[in-house]
Write a protein that binds this ligand. Sequence first.
Ligand code: HEC
Ligand code: HEC
Length: 172
Amino acid sequence: MFFHMKAAFTSLFLFSLLFWLANCKTSQKPAATPPTPPPVAAPAPAPASDLLAADRAKYLEKVRKSIAGKEKMQADSVFENWKKLNKMPAERVLGIMDRWGETLGVSCDHCHVPNEWASESKAPKEITRQMMALIERVNTDIQSIQAIKSERPGVSCYTCHRGEAKPARRPK
Ligand code: HEC
Ligand code: HEC
C-alpha cells in the first residue's frame, strides 16, 4: 500500500514536471508575428513606350521654354542648324521631334546629345536628313506606277520603322 502511494506520488511529480517544462517551452516562444497581409498585386510596370514618351516630353518642355516668343517664326531663323523643312513655324519642330522618337521607339538621345540640339555628333541625326531625302525620292518614283488608284500614294517614316530604329526585313 505504502509502495503504491509512493509510486503514485512519483508519477504525479513527474507528470507535473513534464507539464511545467512543456509550459516553459511555450512561454519562451517569441511574441506571435502579426499575420502576413494578403499579397497585394504589384502595380504593373509602365510600358517602355510610356517611359520614352515621358522622357521626350521632359526635353520638349525645355525646348518650348527656350523658344518662347519665337514660336511662329520660321524654323531656320529660330534654330541654329536646321537644314530641311524650313518653311514651317518653329513650334512645329517640337511635334516632328516627338513623332520621330515615337516612330523609331527612341527618345531624343538616340539622335542628339540632350540639350545640345544643334550638335551633329550623333550619326542618326544626319541619317534622318538622308531618310527625308529618301522619302522624297520614293514618293516621286511611286507616281510613275500608274495603276495605283490612291490619290497620294506614298511612304512615311512610319511605313518602314513602326516603332523600331531598325525596321524588320521580314515578319517576326
Ligand atoms: C530620329 C532622330 C531624331 C530624334 C529622335 C529627335 N531629333 Fe531633334 N533633330 C533631328 C534632326 C535630323 C534635326 C535637324 C533637322 C534639320 O536639319 O532640318 C533635329 C533638330 C532638332 C532641334 C533644332 C536644333 C538646332 O538649333 O539646330 C531641336 C531643338 C531638336 N531637334 C530637339 C529634339 C528633341 C527635344 C527631341 C526629343 C523629343 C528630338 N529632337 C528628337 C533628329 C532627331
Ligand atoms: C523605305 C523605308 C524607310 C523609310 C521610309 C525610313 N526609313 Fe529610316 N531606316 C530604314 C532602314 C532599312 C534603315 C537601316 C536599319 C538598319 O541599320 O538595319 C533605317 C535606318 C534609320 C536610322 C538609323 C537607325 C539607327 O540604328 O540609329 C534612323 C535614325 C532612321 N532610319 C530614321 C528615319 C526617319 C526619321 C524617317 C522618316 C523621315 C525614316 N527613317 C524613314 C528604312 C526606312
